[in-house]
Design a protein around this ligand. Structure first.
Ligand SMILES: NC(=O)c1ccc[n+]([C@@H]2O[C@H](COP(=O)([O-])OP(=O)(O)OC[C@H]3O[C@@H](n4cnc5c(N)ncnc54)[C@H](O)[C@@H]3O)[C@@H](O)[C@H]2O)c1
Length: 255
């Protein structure tokens, strides 16, 4: 039986942890060659080792998605190593506690925290698409998935810049999808709810019971449950899907 991504060349940013690692493993399981990019080279190498030991093909690339020259180098490295880029999952991201803004309301956010959040979670997605689209346009085909969030669709107290960035990701996704549909490039977003990763440890410590009480499925999601949506959106089975944002949130947004 062939995999859903058999023979494809893929890039996963933030592939050293959480949703990115689970997606990189799922891409490899489905037959793709995977470039695992992360700002933390050790965790990217760990993901690659997991893929290789499962019989897959992968390379690790270290880089910061918020830096144009590094993002350009990441995409060039994938194209050089695999000859093309079919699927890109722009997933690297940070949350409020990683920019010293945990629990702060809008007027309390330090400017530097706001700027870093937007640089990684919004500008990083734009920079990634900018370089990926150039490669995919030359090929006349490609599929991009950006990581949004339920925070890209509603407001969430104390997550100001995160919410702003994720709303921006949805808008960028829709706009780029319109622009590059004629070039054969599909561009979608996945919007996770509360998923069990390092990112949510702080929020779960502070307000875990309230979060679970708001989740119809009454549990956190697992990174692998996001990966399944990302694999499908990246595959030819989603050939008529572009410009869309898919919630994988245990029913959170159904309220
Ligand atoms: N966990 C959740 O509940 C949840 C919910 C909605 C959206 N998301 C989004 O999912 C994505 C992945 O988050 P996660 O939960 O897996 O978190 P995580 O912290 O486990 O993984 C994020 C990865 O991104 C990497 N990274 C951070 N900044 C980077 C940069 N500047 N350049 C390159 N790599 C960088 C980290 O090193 C890490 O490996 C993020 O975009 C996040 O906003 C997560």
């Amino acid at each position: 039986m062939t995999g859903m991504l058999e023979g494809k060349s893929s890039l996963v940013s933030g592939g050293g942890g959480g949703i990115g690692r689970a997606s990189a493993l799922a891409f490899a399981r489905e037959g793709a060659r995977v470039a695992v990019a992360d700002i933390d080279p050790d965790t990217a190498e760990e993901t690659v080792a997991m893929i290789l030991s499962a019989g897959g093909e992968a390379i690790a690339i270290c880089g910061d998605v918020s830096c144009d020259s590094e993002m350009k180098a990441i995409v060039e490295r994938v194209a050089a190593a695999f000859g093309r880029l079919d699927c890109a999952f722009n997933n690297a991201g940070i949350s409020g506690y990683q920019v010293e803004a945990a629990g702060l309301r809008t007027a309390e956010w330090p400017e530097a925290s706001f700027d870093r959040m937007i640089a990684v979670n919004l500008k990083g997605v734009w920079l990634a698409m900018r370089h990926e689209i150039r490669v995919m346009e030359r090929q006349g085909a490609g599929a991009i998935v950006n990581t949004g969030s339920i925070a890209g669709l509603i407001g969430l107290p104390t997550s100001s810049a995160y919410v702003a960035a994720k709303h921006g990701v949805i808008g960028l996704t829709q706009t780029a999808a319109l622009e590059y549909a004629p070039s054969g490039i599909r561009i979608n977003a996945v919007c996770p709810g509360y998923i069990r990763t390092r990112m949510t440890e702080d929020a779960m410590r502070r307000r875990g019971p309230a979060i679970l009480a708001n989740t119809p499925l009454a549990r956190m999601g697992e990174p692998e449950e996001i990966a399944e949506m990302v694999v499908w959106l990246s595959s030819d089975r989603a050939s008529y899907v572009t410009g869309a944002a898919f919630n994988v949130d245990g029913g959170w947004l159904a309220y």
